[in-house]
Design a protein around this ligand. Structure first.
Ligand SMILES: C[S@@+](CC[C@H](N)C(=O)[O-])C[C@H]1O[C@@H](n2cnc3c(N)ncnc32)[C@H](O)[C@@H]1O
Length: 220
């Protein structure tokens, strides 16, 4: 099935609320667990950059796992950041996580480089996937741990519909709609390997980790 791009920013209020309220505990806990497995023994203590952070659930889980790091979490959608700020305050992590409205690509992050760069489910939103990989190259410090997770495009629209029913069957229609469009907009593992080759990010490896997710991990 051909890739069908979707809108980059998730800035509709209803859409952002549905996303913020959805239960992503399984894939998001898995995100942090797979980060740890990909970088065994690494204790993240410095500045971390979360690209396309949405309502900050990943940043919160990462902050709890690595309490000595400082996270800058960026997103271009104001509405997502509003829900993210509420979640950070509820988790009492305002001192460890800072949110910033940034539309990528950008030259205006507060630090020149970061010790770790993480991103979940941003890549498939980007009209140009080079934005993610070039941002990683621009802001990763030497030795940085880079960890990206995203959806994998299924073989067909009917396979995408099956995944929506299996994993979001009880969620509001707007979330199901977005999940479906995200699956159609997602990249295949082969396409991501080509993106990394083109950007000469040869130290990164791509690996499927579930029926709908792959990870990309590597040390810069
Ligand atoms: C599917 S959400 C993922 C949110 C979060 N990482 C998570 O896993 O819960 C994708 C996010 O990327 C943001 N986004 C898409 N394109 C962007 C861009 N060019 N610059 C900044 N944020 C972007 C959207 O606004 C949205 O909040």
């Amino acid at each position: 099935m051909e890739r069908q791009p979707e809108t980059e920013l998730m800035n509709e209020e209803e859409q952002a609320r549905a996303y913020a309220l959805a239960d992503f505990s399984e894939p998001h806990e898995n995100f942090v667990e797979l980060f740890k497995q990909s970088f065994p023994g690494v204790v993240v203590t410095g500045d971390v950059l979360d690209l396309g952070c949405g309502p900050a659930d990943i940043a919160i889980r990462f902050a709890k796992r690595f309490p000595d790091c400082q996270i800058l979490a960026v997103d271009g959608a104001e509405m997502m950041l509003k829900f993210g700020q509420e979640a950070i305050e509820a988790a009492r992590l305002s001192r460890q996580i800072t949110l910033k409205k940034i539309y990528l690509p950008t030259d205006s992050l507060p630090h020149k480089t970061y010790q770790a760069i993480i991103s979940n489910s941003l890549l498939h939103h980007l009209q140009d996937p080079r934005v993610l990989w070039q941002t990683v190259k621009q802001y990763a410090q030497h030795g940085a741990s880079v960890f990206v997770m995203d959806l994998m495009r299924p073989r067909s629209e009917s396979a995408a519909r099956d995944l929506v029913e299996e994993y979001a069957g009880n969620e509001p229609d707007i979330l199901k709609r977005d999940f479906y469009h995200s699956l159609l907009a997602a990249y295949t593992v082969g396409e991501v390997e080509e993106q990394l080759e083109r950007e000469v990010l040869l130290e990164f490896s791509v690996k499927p980790v579930s029926d709908r997710h792959f990870i990309v991990a590597g040390t810069v």
